[in-house]
Design a protein around this ligand. Structure first.
Ligand code: NAP
Length: 568
């Protein structure tokens, strides 16, 4: 399979060129005795999602003592909490999974090209057991405070159970989609029926049978749950504020022959995923829209419509995200598809975005979503035309009156990127609160550290990914692990990024966040979905190539982006 290099997608900017020069920070680096490890644990990982599990594995593999604490009662992180019906990958299963063990890759057969949540959760449990990680994981423990002790160069961490842990290094793998967002709608607590947020879905099964259900929100989560519950509910009311450019996921079972070829191709799949620009296997296209005739374009759009998941972004015409006319033509094609799938022309028009182009926001991928609105028991409410006034005891009241409901599903998104980190009670040097340090939005170096918080790392957090998340986050975990080894080998036990390195990286992120092709401030990737949250880009605008280059530079310059020292 070919590398995904050269694709122009919104996940990254291959054109980031801001030159970074790290000034030596003047740290004296004499050869020293090995550090005194008078701590409970060398590496404390927070969060048993895909990144946290991998960080635990890598820390143990490299001979550090390590422990993981997790707020949930099981592993999975995002894939533990988001267990709503229909939750599934929209990156190909085997590209989202771990690649560090060929044996693991060989023995785990994904049943679907885009696995559903139960299979993902089974997989992560399998990984934890196969690599004997479970005994290092403390479940049902949510970090309530993490305070840096400068004298000892350690973190004092407390969980909700009051258990104190002293860790040399704190790795907060707490994820970007961990804090569910509920909009300020008056009366939410008055509702007498059931209500659930997709990002905080209960472990016990939720019974939709014969119920009148309202789903609020039509992002990736809302459009996944809607078609799945439509069959069993008495009525389904979808409350939409803004339609999205939804295109088919095109899921399919993985056949035995495909399983065999995946195994045979492991090395090339791994190498491609470990180096590709956005962490996908999709082949980039080599033509711009108007290189082709109208007829050829039509045929190509049909091919895109039938292609799996994100390839509509990664393998589309090279200018689809850059050229307004090219983008408009693709959007018109999608709009025509919606009109052809939805019987009621008024409803079809309501489902077609009018306020943003394709790729300006993260596009959801769907299975039978549009068709759901042809069902007699399904209806769509346009919240721009008839805004919600309040939640009543019986249901949702809009400008059109009250609709009585048995259940409300809040598919209203997350406090993305910084939500979990800002709520953990993290206090760095001189008691500096992380949430104050980031009052104007996150500042980071490579999305792994921030100045003033020595020995704290946060892979998979703000400025982390801009494509297939586990690939980027895995790069960060590798880098963090290498950095810990470097410090250990050189007799240091305190690692803090220099403010200069952080400023340079953050300036690069902020600069490239505004260059096309890029998401715009309409996207929650700028934090604009949460009132009062600073508008600041939360992904890695430089993309994976920039991350690779900077990691190489850190190595080549003998870690001069960091202050390495030894605690008293
Ligand atoms: P989201 O994309 O942020 O969507 C939230 C929805 O809630 C939007 O439709 C939003 O409308 C609506 N909303 C928010 N506040 C509202 C209000 N006050 N009144 C009415 N509507 C309101 O959240 P999400 O759907 O949970 O998805 C978040 C991310 O999770 C995705 O982008 C994706 O990265 C990830 N995800 C991935 C998958 C997958 O397939 N792998 C599945 C689900 C989620 P507006 O657009 O008008 O703000």
């Amino acid at each position: 399979m070919a590398k995904g290099v050269g694709a122009v997608t919104l996940f990254f900017s291959t054109i980031a060129t801001a030159e970074t020069v790290y000034e030596p920070v003047g740290t004296i680096r004499p050869a020293m005795e090995p550090p005194n490890d008078a701590v409970d644990v060398d590496v404390l990982v927070v969060g048993a999602g895909i990144s946290g599990i991998y960080q635990l594995y890598r820390a143990l593999e490299e001979g550090f003592t390590a422990q993981l604490i997790e707020a949930g009662s099981g592993v999975g992180g995002t894939w533990y909490w988001n267990r709503y019906p229909g939750a599934q990958f929209d990156s190909e299963s085997y590209t989202y999974a771990y690649l560090f063990s060929e044996e693991l890759f060989d023995e785990w057969e994904w049943h679907e090209l885009f696995a559903h949540q139960p299979e993902i959760e089974r997989y992560l449990n399998h990984v934890v057991d196969k690599f004997d990680l479970r005994r290092h994981i403390q479940f049902n423990a949510r970090v309530t405070s993490a305070v840096y002790d400068e004298a000892s160069g350690t973190w004092d961490v407390t969980d909700g159970n009051g258990t104190p842990i002293r860790a040399r290094f704190l790795v907060a793998a707490t994820g970007v989609l961990s804090i569910p967002f509920f909009p300020e709608v008056p009366g939410r607590d008055n509702f007498r029926g059931e209500q659930h947020h997709t990002g905080l879905w209960p472990a016990k099964s939720v019974d939709f049978n014969g119920k009148h259900v309202g789903v609020l929100g039509t992002g990736s989560s809302g459009v996944q749950i809607v078609p799945v519950i439509a069959d069993v509910v008495a009525s389904l009311t979808v409350y939409q504020r803004t339609p999205n450019w939804c295109t088919p996921l095109n899921n399919s079972p993985i056949t035995d022959a495909e399983q065999a070829s995946l195994r045979a191709d492991f090395a090339s799949i791994r190498d491609t995923l470990n180096t590709s620009v956005a962490g996908f296997l999709h082949e980039p296209h080599d033509r711009a829209t108007f290189d082709d005739s109208e007829e050829e374009r039509r045929a190509f759009y049909e091919k895109m419509w039938s292609s799996p998941g994100f390839s509509k972004l990664t393998s589309n015409y090279t200018d689809v995200l850059m050229d307004e006319t090219a983008n408009a033509e693709w959007c018109e094609f999608v709009a025509e598809k919606v009109r052809s799938l939805v019987d009621d022309p008024t409803v079809a028009e309501m489902l077609i975005p009018k306020d943003h182009r394709f790729g300006e926001k993260r596009p959801p991928f769907v299975t039978d979503y549009y068709e759901t609105f042809n069902r007699a028991n399904a209806s769509l409410v346009d919240l721009k035309a008839t805004p919600i006034k309040r939640i009543t005891e019986q249901g949702i009241e809009t400008a059109n009156g009250v609709r009585e409901l048995d259940m409300i599903v809040w598919a209203t998104g997350f406090d993305f990127g910084t939500g979990a980190l800002n709520r953990m009670g993290i206090r760095g040097l001189d008691g500096l609160a992380l949430e104050e340090h980031w009052a104007d939005g996150p500042t980071t170096f490579l999305g792994v550290q921030t100045a003033g918080f020595p020995n704290l790392f946060f892979p998979g957090g703000p400025h982390a990914a801009a494509g297939n998340n586990p690939r980027y986050n895995g790069d960060q975990v590798e880098f963090i692990t290498e950095t810990l080894i470097y410090a250990r080998d050189h007799g240091f036990d305190t690692i803090e990024v220099s403010p200069e390195a952080e400023d340079t990286w953050t300036a690069m992120v902020d600069k490239w966040a505004k260059q096309p092709p890029s998401f715009t401030e309409k996207s929650y990737y700028f934090g604009t979905n949460v009132p009062e949250k600073p508008t600041r880009y939360l992904l890695n605008a430089g993309g994976r190539p920039k991350l690779f280059r900077e990691i190489a530079r850190v190595r080549d310059t003998d870690y001069q982006a960091f202050k390495l020292s030894r605690s008293a």
